[in-house]
Design a protein around this ligand. Structure first.
Ligand SMILES: [Zn+2]
Length: 474
């Protein structure tokens, strides 16, 4: 039995949960459930990022105290995670008092690598980020996302000296001490590492008030990185919790590909500065596209995860996003594809199989003495350990389709008609055993459906009154 610590990126709570968050949670949850099946002990973090000007401004627009505004939004995210049946164990908010205290301690411990310097350059308030000379030139001085000219800025900030750690980070990436997945991103990160500048980690209090105060300097407030990235260790009690060392380093940290670079450069720099080991796996997933295009408000093709969730329920949601959205590459969502996957695969392949087997067993009063179905195939384990979730899902689905072929070939209904009861028993026993073995492997992906199927075939089998995946259901 191993201790496995899994993390998800913490969303910035100035808006609604989107599909990208959902993918992050589903992948991490699938991995957590897989480890629990193997008998490992799992700790699983989720949380929310709640500081910064965008949040303070939004609260002001709504005429709400900032804390009330973030409380409300943090709850929205927590509800969303619950709706996805994500089995997290720890929830961290960057406005938690314990997080803030711990982050200040982290700052103190990194102080040998922190210096104060003057920043002169451009800034986008919409993005809440500094703009490099190169970006300024490429965009003609106008933010492409906000269509606003960059502001000229002159201020004193604290910087974190990333350059102190570059050699060590490169070594960790190259040797797979900190494995970056997918493999093809590794080269990209190594290039970015070379040109990575020191990062600003604070802003003057006059520019930013909604944040964690910098220790021993009331004129400055922490800005983004140190505060947000620290959540992965503050939530499990760094530095003083007794069992912190039992859980850190994380076995797997799940992030979207757009934020991989911060997790693969700034975050390990912080950890090395703190004398802590690096995460074992940084798993970056692709983006969900809509009709081959990036989802964006201006195109008007943003898919609301809640709407998807409500159309066919949670199993369908997790099914689609864990199987048809490739774990690593960008993949497409369309409503047509979603409907098709629901009707042809979930309802036909799996739902019908369950219904046929349960009906036959019920009609012929067959009691199944169940074999041990709690086993995972070597091939499945290899794929899951390699974070190839969509491939592992395909593997199990092939087994479901194989069972459908077998039921058509072996025709248990004619065995029943001919009174060949012994043969019928053996036939159904084998088919149901095959189904339950596949369902065991499916359970990290679609836990609710898996639990229902196991329940149907436990004890006296009765025909389910409602099919597992009713068609034309809305
Ligand atoms: Zn911008």
């Amino acid at each position: 039995m191993e201790k496995i610590y899994i993390t998800t990126a913490i969303p910035y709570v100035n808006g609604k949960p989107h599909i990208g968050h959902a993918v992050d949670y589903c992948l991490a949850d699938c991995y957590a459930r897989y480890h629990r099946l193997k008998g490992d002990e799992v700790r699983f973090q989720a949380g929310t990022d709640e500081h910064g000007n965008k949040i303070a401004q939004k609260a002001k627009e709504l005429d709400l105290p900032v804390q009330d505004y973030v409380n409300e939004n943090a709850n929205k995210f927590r509800d969303f995670i619950k709706k996805l049946n994500v089995s997290y164990t720890d929830f961290v908010r960057t406005t938690d008092e314990s997080h803030e205290k711990r982050v200040q301690e982290i700052w103190r411990r990194l102080s040998d690598h922190i210096y104060k310097a003057k920043y002169e350059g451009w800034y986008c308030t919409g993005c809440e980020r500094y703009v490099t000379k190169k970006e300024f030139d490429e965009t003609g001085g106008v933010c492409p996302d906000h269509q606003k000219p960059y502001e000229e800025l002159q201020e004193e900030n604290y910087y974190f000296r990333v350059s102190d750690f570059k050699d060590r980070i490169r070594e960790a990436i190259v040797s797979n001490e900190m494995r970056i997945l997918p493999e093809f991103r590794k080269k990209e990160i190594l290039c970015l590492l070379e040109e990575s500048p020191d990062v600003s980690i604070s802003r003057p209090v006059s520019q930013l008030s909604w944040g964690v105060p910098v220790p021993d300097d009331p004129s400055q407030v922490m800005y983004v990185w140190l505060d947000a990235l620290s959540n992965y260790i503050t939530v499990i009690g760094f530095p003083d919790a007794k069992d912190f060392g039992e859980w850190w380093p994380a076995n797997a940290q799940f992030v979207g590909k757009d934020i991989l670079r911060f997790h693969a450069i700034i975050w390990p720099a912080m950890l090395i500065g703190l004398g802590l080991p690096l995460p074992q796996n940084l798993v970056s997933h692709g983006m969900v596209l809509c009709d081959g295009q990036k989802m964006s408000k201006s195109i008007g093709n943003v898919v609301d995860p809640i709407e998807v969730l409500e159309s066919h329920g949670l199993d369908a949601f997790r099914y689609y996003f864990l199987r048809h959205i490739d774990t690593f590459a960008d993949s497409d969502f369309t409503w047509d594809k979603y409907e098709e996957a629901y009707n042809n695969e979930l309802a036909n392949d799996l739902g019908n199989l369950v219904q046929r087997l349960a009906t036959l067993a019920d009609k012929n009063q067959i009691v199944i003495s169940r074999d041990n179905n709690s086993r995972l195939s070597d091939e499945y384990i290899a794929l899951m350990d390699g974070f190839e979730f969509s491939k592992a899902f395909d593997l199990v689905w092939n087994k479901i389709q194989e069972l459908n072929k077998r039921i058509d070939e072996e025709k248990p209904w004619s065995l029943a008609k001919n009174g060949e009861i012994e043969k019928l028993k053996t036939c159904l026993h084998n088919l149901i055993d095959g189904l339950l073995t596949a369902v065991y492997e499916l359970s990290p992906f679609i836990p609710d459906a898996a639990a229902k199927i196991i329940d149907i075939f436990s004890g006296k089998i009765t025909t389910p009154k409602v099919p597992l995946f009713p068609k034309n259901h809305n």
